[in-house]
Design a protein around this ligand. Sequence first.
Ligand code: NDP
Length: 489
Amino acid sequence: MDSSKNYKLYIDGKWTNSDSGETFPSINPVSEGVIGNFQKGNKDDVNRAVEAADKALEKWSEIPAPKRGIILLKVAQLLRENKEKLARELTMEMGKVLVEARGDVQEAIDIAEYMAGEGRRLFGYTTPSELKDKFCLTIRRPFGICGLITPWNFPFAIPAWKIMPALICGNTIVFKPSSDTPLCATRIIEIFEKAGLPKGVLNLVTGPGGTVGMSIVKHEKVRCISFTGHKDTGASILKEAGLKKVGLELGGKNGIIVMDDADLNLALDGVIWGGYGTTGQRCTAASRVIVHEKVKNKFEKMLVNRIKKLKLGNGLNPKTDVGPLINKKAQEKSKMYTEIGIDEGAKLLIGGKIPKMKGFFFKPTLFTNCSIDMRISQEEIFGPIVSLITVKNFDEAIDVMNSVEYGLSSAIYTKNMNKSFKAIEKIETGITYINSSTIGAEVHLPFGGIKHTGIGTREGGWTGIEEFSEIKTVYFDYSGKLQKAQIDE
Ligand code: NDP
């Protein structure tokens, strides 16, 4: 890869410089070196992108959805052919270990294929009318121009979760990726270009969230905003978007309950994968372990022993278990939360330090004796830090699980079927796993959370279509006379 290369915006089917004349670097979190330079887009660039999306809209939305699906299948094929190269670049740009990076690209392939199939469904309803010689139905229509704003932690999967359904529904797009992963975003666009997507249908504007993101959010021609990221950013987007459709996928403070009858080895695998996979930088990361007092000591020891063996390093090395954090700020944030945890009186069992090596690494960290009111038990850290909270029984475990403002994902390890079902009913999250970790979304199922994790957005599956289309209700009268609903004659 050429680190001095200047990458461009993609507007109206052309690779172009920003009107700002400025660029910003994307940094490899392992080497701290520059991967490439990207356009620092501005409001004028967003305006150009919206105009291009507007111009392309009518033609694109008139293409039959199954035909739009064929382009998505081509994209899936190209992603598959380039999977290894893309996964390696992803690892270089954001640090995720290679096996997880492959998973990220695979998720983009899966959603492209799933949404291509949706092109042959896009179902509406038909229903009888209350009047004779009349029938009623609903159809799906695109919103128009969608503004998609994405984070860095799944730089292929999250854009794909938005781009694929938006396109199959007939929308056109202005896409603003995270400034930490503009290379991955550029690769996605290159693939769509190669697959033959008509010009103007998908436009890329890189640059700062406050400028590029906000200009998209406020643009009057943009009808739908789909955002994934931090809850504070989401809240300001909601405030500024005006009368647009807004979908928000925000943070999490997910928990795993380990009951006294749990298979502890299974739970151990789940906590390690959920807590330290992607260096804790998943919205569904398991950052709280809610453990029954009868197994607490044993489970704590098992965890410490396993954490000791986790190997930190470059994700391209197959022996690495845990990669770096995304940037210096994230590394400092993990350090800060470790200090907060210690000050609050939690017991640091292992980790809590920046290791003496180049890159934005942080040692996998485990706190115990945490209480629910501690900040480390409440706030999203987005780093490899797990808080262990001890409970006396099932009811207390549920209370602890629900004690946070977020409601994205949860898990319970138990062999008791009744408790499993009770947990499904009582836990306040959009996703619950039984005897499995808090992560592992499959693209044909709804994904999203409740409480401050969002405003009811569900991406993936059939609900992904609902996010990117509007319902039109149609009344078809073949009586040949004026019939009036609700009027007795
Ligand atoms: P941010 O909210 O910081 O950034 C997300 C995106 O929003 C980036 O593209 C960013 O641009 C942009 N942005 C920043 N400020 C504004 C603004 N004022 N107006 C419009 N856009 C803006 O989140 P992170 O990238 O740090 O991602 C981590 C967060 O994402 C965590 O809270 C995590 O839980 C959440 N997340 C949620 C998921 C879910 O499905 N629920 C999935 C994955 C992550 P720039 O990069 O230029 O600042």
